[in-house]
Design a protein around this ligand. Sequence first.
Ligand code: HC1
Length: 568
Amino acid sequence: KVTITIDGQKLQVPKTSTVLEAARSAGVKIPSLCYHPELRPEGACRVCMVEVEGARSLVASCVYPVNEGMVVRTNTPAVREGRKMVVELLLANHPQDCLSCQRNLNCELQSIAGDLGLRQVRFDGEKKHYPLDDSNPSLVRDQSKCILCGRCIRACSERQGVHVYSFVNRGFDTTVSPAFNQGLHQVACTFCGQCAAVCPTGAIVERDNTAEVWKVLSDPQKHVVVQTAPAVRVALGEALGLDAGQIVTGKMVAALRRLGFDKVFDTDFSADLTIMEEGSEFIERLTKGGKLPMITSCSPGWVNFIELMYPDLLEHLSTAKSPQQMFGALVKTYYAEKSGISPAGIVSVSIMPCTAKKAEAARTEMKSNGHQDVDYVLTTRELGRMIREAGLDFNALPSEEYDAPLGISTGAGVIFGATGGVMEAALRTVAETVTGKALPDIEFHNVRGLTGIREAVVPVGDSKVKVAVAHTLGNARMLMEKIRAGVADYHFIEIMACPGGCIGGGGQPAPISQEVRQQRINAIYQCDQAMTLRKSHENPAVRELYDTWLGKPLGEKSHKLLHTHYHP
Ligand code: HC1
């Protein structure tokens, strides 16, 4: 530890701290833009400048290390003036269209300008004009709003190991771009949206599909059904002013009804169904000698990643469609038949924490009965905006229940939303199916948590099943390299593209920190504990589906509707 003084306050801080970390640990607020607590600091924007006694000029606190006896001032006329100047220069060539920007009221540049009391921009700089990159179903990039903080570059490289972005050109012409200025659909982008999750401005955002959804909601000829992903219920509140980790399932259902959806269903139902299919596939591979380790296939960012980076390992992927897609397939077939509504008149919408889900739904093979399984995917943030646009007082809404039967689910379905949850849900069912006996304890704590890669050996009947769980694509890459090298002795692996699993998805309300992820995860397990049924094979609606319509897991109908293939 070293002793430093910040604004007259004596502090003991770790000697490896930067001035910014030391200040923030003492509750001293220093604005920052290029700095992100989970990414390597770069010191590029200089908004975090402070005065350090003895230094020749103001210093960027995010990269300036502390040392014994250091005296720091964060609020002097020179500091305030310097920060204002930096922000004015950023605004001088920033489009002044805040009121119509998707990030209005949730933009870090806007908040800092507000906090600094900026009332005029003294410079009228030349504006940058770049074409929008809206070449893909998931993300839209507007480089004219980019402030060159480089957070997207670092998130994509350090966290995801994908390296789509880099700085290109020099001086005023510097931009952040994929190689050769190509569109995201032309490069190895997985559409995970972690770039959008860390972007401080509106330079990278989800493709907004709310207008299309409003349109079908007001069309009396359309029967519009909606499914909500497990992780949305523990994060939507944040988009509407509530604290992180609030469980808002009932209010969300009520809000969706008020928005005009004809049926409000739950992706948790088809998460249970996924366990039936994927669990049976795993047992079959284990007992009859299929490709192992089997790897989960529900995270579309991850599926894109393995298709792009490890096509030689695609046989390891479960062929089960994701819960979103299984759900969509059932809506246009089972539900259409049961309710007597023509599939052509049904619009299937899903609310997801994920930007890659938009691209997944648009895949050409994701069709049943000749109809696209899922017509529109909205992120949690888009749903938040629709609720605000409709003028609903979210907090005052009553708690309502999902519609039956596709809204009936178990605790195993909801834990899909947290890293390790799919594995735990699968183990609950696989262990009981293999042994025919009830598990004494259904909670598998060794696959939970936020460690990047977790491993466990789980007794299943007479065998010992070795499992691994990874979140973020950087960690996924480590496991894939082990498989490629022939040194992975796992039977079953769960991979989720985003940090923390879907609760930390690229479509969730920002900002997301490790603390926020933990709060959302705690909420997910609370939802599980509150359920009467907590194992997928006990879901009565899933049982009825198999008994009356689908036959058995991995049966002919399941194969046609609920399984898929991949593109090397
Ligand atoms: Fe997910 Fe899944 S858990 S992928 O994270 O398997 O997005 O929440 O909906 O499909 O169920 C996302 C979440 C989600 C699917 C499920």
